[in-house]
Design a protein around this ligand. Structure first.
Ligand code: 13P
Length: 287
């Protein structure tokens, strides 16, 4: 059964580790992440962007697929199904479809509007026992054409959103989605510490987990980060393994064209990446 992310993240804060959010794109991705979480005895959060939800056939399709796998693959570790960077309407649609957790990304709204919309969604989530992630200080990246240092959140604004009763808070600390530019200055631990100081035990979320050096990940966890989002790195792993398979001409040998064979190296590569991240984040054996 899907669970809210609340309990697993509160445990992560007190145990000083982080739970990985791995974004899913299709059946192979979902199965690879769930099986790895079970093998590692790690809690896990499956992230679904609005685009990926549409790609997979809609939110209800995603809920059906994930629930089916939990049951038929005997997944017993805590799993949350979470909308990533949701709009206000997207969050409502995911709640109706059966997601156990949603992110409302109101970071592009003026703070008052971000607060009002976040508040409304908190009420709905509380009623249904779901978790809600809010965002302050937008996280740049290729999607919105920003390549450079990500924006740093204002700690006072973080406190205003935290006080509404969100489950977890994504705050920009110089992190961006996708590949970090060569001149990236690294995470702003000063900002992170200032936010932590204001929000206390509230689990903090680090987006853009791909390509952040290990020492920075560990330091971020020590300063209150309890959820780390990884997407691009699984895509690269899948791409490299699939490219190798084709370049070696394996698809031309025997039944190598069978999608179950063609997608198998990419599937294994996602598993290896997820395992590596769970070890780095410290969530192994925490289920
Ligand atoms: P990356 O694609 O950089 O790993 O970021 C993932 C993310 O933050 C999803 O919200």
């Amino acid at each position: 059964m899907l669970v809210s992310a609340k309990e697993m993240l509160n445990k992560a804060v007190s145990g000083k580790y982080a739970v990985g959010q791995f974004n899913i794109n299709n059946l192979e991705w979902t199965k690879a992440i769930l099986l790895t979480a079970q093998e590692m005895k790690s809690p896990v959060i499956l992230g679904v962007s609005e685009g990926a939800g549409k790609y997979m056939g809609g939110y209800k399709t995603v809920v059906g697929m994930v629930n089916g796998m939990l049951e038929e693959l005997n997944i017993t570790v805590p799993v949350a199904l979470h909308l990533d960077h949701g709009s206000f309407d997207g969050a409502k649609a995911c709640i109706a479809a059966g997601f156990s957790s949603v992110m409302f990304d109101g970071s592009h709204y003026p703070i008052d509007e971000n607060i009002a919309k976040t508040k409304e969604l908190i009420e709905i989530c509380n009623e249904k026992g779901l978790s809600l992630e809010a965002e302050v200080g937008s996280i740049g990246g290729e999607e919105d054409g920003v390549i450079g240092t990500g924006e740093c959140a204002d700690p006072d604004e973080c406190k205003m959103i935290a006080d509404l009763g969100v489950t977890m808070l994504a705050a920009g600390i110089g992190n961006i989605h996708g590949k970090y530019p060569d001149n990236w200055e690294g995470l702003s631990f000063e900002t992170l510490a200032a936010i932590k100081e204001k929000v206390g035990e509230l689990p903090l979320v680090l987006h853009g987990g791909t390509g952040i050096p290990e020492d920075m990940i560990k330091k971020a966890i020590s300063l209150g980060v309890a959820k780390i989002n990884v997407n691009t790195e699984c895509q690269w792993a899948f791409q490299a393994a699939t490219r190798k398979y084709i370049e070696e001409g394996k698809d031309l040998e025997g039944k190598g064209f069978d999608p179950r064979k063609l997608l198998a190296p990419g599937f294994e590569a996602i598993k290896a990446t997820v395992k590596e991240k769970m070890e780095l984040f410290g969530s192994v054996n925490k289920a």
